[in-house]
Design a protein around this ligand. Sequence first.
Ligand code: NAD
Ligand code: TYD
Length: 339
Amino acid sequence: MRLLVTGGAGFIGSNFIRYFLRRYPETELINVDLLTYAGNVANMKGFSVYPGYRFVHADINDRRKLEPFFASGLEAVVNFAAESHVDRSIDAPVIFARTNIDGTVNLLSLAQRYGVKRFIQISTDEVYGTLGAEGVFTETTPLAPNNPYAASKAGADLMGLAFYTTYGLPVIITRCSNNYGPYQFPEKLIPLVIINALREEPIPVYGDGQQVRDWIHVEDHCRALERVLLDGRPGQVYNIGARTERTNLEVVRRILQLVGKPERLIRFVGDRPGHDRRYAMAVDKIRGELGWEAQIDFRQGLAQTVAWYLEHRNWWRTILSGEYQDYYQRNYGYRLEGQ
Ligand code: NAD
Ligand code: TYD
């Protein structure tokens, strides 16, 4: 298979490439990534031993740079590349529209022009907006995004589906719930809490901490994407989730237990504007059609993730010494390293 993956230096993209190349070492895989603050060369360690792997440093908006790869024939595109953090989208929404919408449309139009056989658009449950205390999102739940990140992902989903309907491009949309696991950038809740706890730094909990997320281990997500890539139906949307609903406060407390640190590190801070209260995914469609189900239990997965961050201190120390510090300082008024 000749595959073009975007965003493969980020959290989920790098996990997917590692998973996929282990399973299919003969794959010809082109990884396109701009190496933004979230893209990390260290996440791609070991990929170059695979003879069919190639890294291309490029923006998904850069039509001229990407065109030769499409022109030489691709079976599939898997588009992970995105601005992915809600808080950043509230601070600076323009780049979210540019990467998540314009970049996706650029890839879709190249895929259409050169007859790509499958286009997997990696999306999120956040496009559905928020749930109350009851209910779950299904693939037919109306889109109702509440923040610029979610709105930009919804825009990309709709463009993907329009390319399917208008031009017959075989686009498939996957919408996954909150991922956790190795190589997640420490702006997201779980790695941020692990690292702050290890350093005995304050742990910011937004609002009352009773917001609910449906956590899935990144490896379960990768396994689902493998199923969709091989056997998913064009023009369809597939929800992916693990039916593991937890409040943020439960997650924070569990991590503190795992690393043996006190709850007094928790700081309740101002709420995120437009904060979605609860996400939960129905996964009957992917289970029924593709036989996929999450396998990794949250307690075990979380313990393994904590162990990974303990064993890979240099990975996150390098990140924390850079630009992210300034972002944190601006938003929370202190630096993670206490500088
Ligand atoms: P991430 O921020 O860790 O990685 C994003 C990657 O995209 C980085 O390597 C970055 O360098 C690259 N990138 C950004 N802009 C680019 C551009 N213009 N051109 C090329 N590359 C660019 O994100 P992630 O958490 O791995 O998320 C990957 C995808 O999965 C995103 O599309 C996101 O919306 C989606 N998703 C994430 C989650 C989650 O819990 N993290 C859940 C569901 C869906
Ligand atoms: P996050 O990891 O940013 O994912 P998303 O916003 O895409 O769901 O946040 C997960 C939840 O944790 C969300 O409800 C916001 C909350 N949160 C905090 O309470 N404190 C934090 O420092 C962060 C980053 C998130």
